[in-house]
Design a protein around this ligand. Structure first.
Ligand SMILES: Cc1ncc(COP(=O)(O)O)c(C=O)c1O
Length: 413
């Protein structure tokens, strides 16, 4: 006898073979998909005959007749403009389907909430974004009895293998990681996870699909913050999960349909326009970051630079294999700990101090006090969050101006 409430679906079960079918648009280049996936001006929204995807800012959709359901019913489950964005993001990542969320952090919450049950666990590292760590270290264990296991020696596949057991529902890799830019071997960890029948999720926020294609390396699920490089100018807060259709629909059912954890149509509409230039922007972010990283590495007042594009980066070779270029994010350590970092950041004139990254204008941020403040000192030591660490999101300005600004600020030390 069925005694569960009617609205609880059977949870998604990972079936690797069934969920690796190539997308029909995979033959098109990345730049073409960034412009065309999910929307054709004539074919799809014929009544508008609009060149740009229309913004449909409606939260309810009339029934054609009493017993005829419209494609869209109510804004808590999905809306037309957001569906175009979901199709485009799925296409760019090479996944079957996508469900958006109000932020990247919410997307992570929706994913874990959907696939883990009390007593289950998730295997990851301490090299994740700050809110992700907070969900992993306290919200899920304390409120849902879902344990997060942190791999210390993340470059060793056996270290991942040892932490996975029968209750592991997900392996979660963030690469390059925020804020220390560590690079994890996606293909190697996919192999380990799959040997246990566990899906691999890769957070592709820092590299974006323009520079790194986790699914082509074996990832089953991609997590994204749209807030960062994907939007590119700090005007949207959003997130997404890309993965097998059955999982995506499970997330949509659990956390959007019933809870309303959605991306609003206007944000989706902005995103569709921002994604058109993603590839070009990432090229420029990377070229500028490479120049800034090389400058910082040779500066006598800088103790350490974390940037995958530098030959000195411990996973430089792997990053060259796995990514098109080093990306737009770097971090560096100045002497003097917290007060050294504060002095440099206070003396920057062009580069602003703010809590995000991936914007066209360059930004710095102090992880020790702002995003990773809740870690214990021992955890920060493992994660490489030094008191003097400054994260820099390298923008699209003239690189020489960024270098000049950093140079004059570093002279304060
Ligand atoms: C790698 C990574 N993933 C996800 C997120 C979460 O994104 P949001 O700020 O949209 O919640 C962040 C935020 O810093 C991030 O750095």
């Amino acid at each position: 006898m069925e005694n569960k409430p009617f609205f609880l679906r059977d949870p998604w079960v990972y079936k690797p073979e069934a969920e690796r079918s190539p997308r029909p648009d995979a033959r098109l280049g990345f730049e073409t998909r960034a412009l065309h996936a999910g929307f054709h001006p004539l074919r799809d929204v014929e009544q508008f005959r609009a060149f740009a995807p229309p913004l449909i800012q409606s939260m309810t959709y009339p029934y054609p007749s009493f017993d005829q359901f419209p494609d869209y019913i109510y804004g808590r489950s999905k809306t037309p403009t957001t569906s175009v964005l979901e199709e485009r993001l799925a296409s760019l990542e090479g996944g079957q389907a996508c469900v958006t969320a109000g932020s990247g952090s919410q997307a992570l919450f929706n994913l874990v909430f959907t696939i883990a049950r009390p007593g289950d666990n998730v295997v990851t590292t301490l090299n994740t974004f700050g809110e992700g760590y907070k969900q992993a270290a306290s919200i899920f264990p304390e409120r849902c009895n879902v344990e997060f296991r942190f791999v210390k020696n993340f470059t060793d596949p056996k270290a991942w293998d040892r932490l996975i057991d029968k209750r592991t529902r997900l392996v979660w890799v963030e690469t390059p990681s925020n804020p220390v830019l560590l690079v994890t071997d996606i293909a190697a960890i996919a192999e380990v996870a799959h040997a246990h029948g566990v899906p691999l999720m890769v957070d592709n926020t820092t590299a974006t699909a323009a520079l790194q294609q986790p699914m082509s390396l074996g990832a089953d699920i991609v997590l994204l913050s749209l807030t960062k490089f994907l939007s590119g100018n700090a005007t949207v807060l959003g997130g997404a999960v890309i993965g097998p259709e059955a999982l995506v629909e499970d997330i949509r059912w659990n956390t959007t349909e019933f809870v309303g954890a959605i991306l609003q149509p206007f944000e989706a509409w902005l995103m569709l326009h921002y994604l058109e230039t993603l590839s070009l922007r990432m090229e420029r972010h990377s070229a500028n970051a490479q120049k800034v990283a090389e400058f910082l590495e040779n500066h006598p007042k800088v103790r350490k630079v974390n940037y995958p594009g530098l030959k000195s980066h411990p996973q430089h070779e792997l990053s060259q294999k796995q990514m098109k270029s080093g990306g737009g994010l770097l971090s560096f350590v100045v002497p003097g700990g917290m007060s050294g970092a504060a002095a440099v950041m206070n003396h920057l004139q062009l580069i602003v101090h703010a809590v995000t990254f991936g914007t066209s204008r360059s930004i710095v941020m102090h992880p020790r006090t702002i995003t990773h403040e809740h870690m214990t000192q021992a955890e920060r030591d493992v994660a490489g969050i030094d008191d003097g660490l400054i994260r820099m999101s390298v923008g699209l300005e003239d690189a020489n101006d960024l270098i000049a600004d950093l140079d004059q600020a570093l002279h304060i030390l």
